[in-house]
Design a protein around this ligand. Structure first.
Ligand code: NAD
Length: 254
């Protein structure tokens, strides 16, 4: 028996990076994956990769989860594919950065919509389905949600991710009586198509910061997905409301 045999796992943002890795790994562990992404091309490539590896995946793209109506439609359609939802993995997000005196109000609103609101919309739409299955929500936060840094003007991004972490805690309480578990994985710097340029061309304070990571390397998508697989599985059946930091120890540095 694989850990997710017979389980229906919804994953947002499967077009690349951690979302693609999650689709591959959950499918390899027996899950029937139902994914979505704003960008169809990357999501279709992920579908090909999962199927080539013998996995079961259904894809809906393009879907803009920052639109509450589209998020509801996607969840409803995804639930219909196999008649249930066991896991909702809220991976998708899209940040914008700018110092407080430079970031526009539109950009602030964009970040709230594309990093926090989309998580709430998907959770809310999936909740009735998860009540039926005693399901699990895995949210993706960030170490940005619990600190400030000098190398990235991440006021909106960090605030949104702090919201994701707290939403996880509150939904864990609200879900307890339904046996719904709600957990959060907070990555440190992880190499994905969106971030790989920083390794070569990032500002020096950023390079200095990653050079100090106690475990001596930056993250890879599998580091994050390994944690998500555990938290979504029955092995974590007495874990809820947690924010599991996966960052090589970087965020405990003074
Ligand atoms: N990479 C890192 O260093 C890092 C660090 C901390 C947290 N995270 C978080 O991990 C998660 C994955 O990061 P990644 O680097 O793999 O991201 P990524 O940018 O490579 O992939 C995100 C995917 O989400 C999709 N997406 C974005 N907005 C969407 C929307 N409104 N509707 C539907 N799909 C949408 C994108 O099209 C993309 O395919 C994100 O939540 C991110 O904030 C990443």
């Amino acid at each position: 028996m694989a850990r997710f045999d017979g389980k229906v796992v919804l994953i947002t943002g499967i077009g690349g990076g951690m979302g693609r890795e999650a689709a591959l790994r959950f499918a390899a562990e027996g899950a029937k994956v139902v994914g979505c992404d704003l960008i169809a091309d990357g999501a279709n490539e992920t579908v090909d990769l999962v199927r080539a590896a013998g996995g079961d995946i259904t894809n809906f793209a393009p879907v803009n989860l920052a639109d509450a109506g589209e998020a509801q439609k996607w969840i409803d359609a995804a639930a219909d594919v196999h008649g249930r939802i066991d896991v909702l993995y809220n991976n998708a997000s899209m940040p914008r950065f700018g110092a407080v005196d430079e970031l526009s109000i539109d950009d602030w609103d964009y970040v709230m919509n594309n990093e926090l609101n989309l998580v709430f919309y998907a959770c809310k739409a999936a909740w009735p389905h998860l009540k039926k299955t005693a399901g699990v929500i895995v949210n993706v936060g960030s170490i940005a949600g619990t600190r400030g840094v000098e190398f990235m003007p991440q006021n909106a991004h960090g605030t949104a991710k702090a919201g994701v972490i707290n939403l996880t805690q509150q939904l864990a309480v609200e879900g307890g009586s339904h046996k719904i578990r709600v957990v959060c994985v907070s990555p440190g710097f992880t190499v994905t198509p969106s971030t790989e340029w920083l390794v070569e061309s990032g500002p020096q304070p950023f390079k200095d910061n990653i050079a100090r990571i106690p475990l001596g390397r930056v993250g890879q998508p599998e580091d994050i997905v390994n944690a998500a697989l555990f938290l979504a599985s029955d092995e974590a059946s007495w874990i809820t409301g947690i924010n599991l930091v996966v960052d090589g120890g970087g965020s405990v540095l003074g």
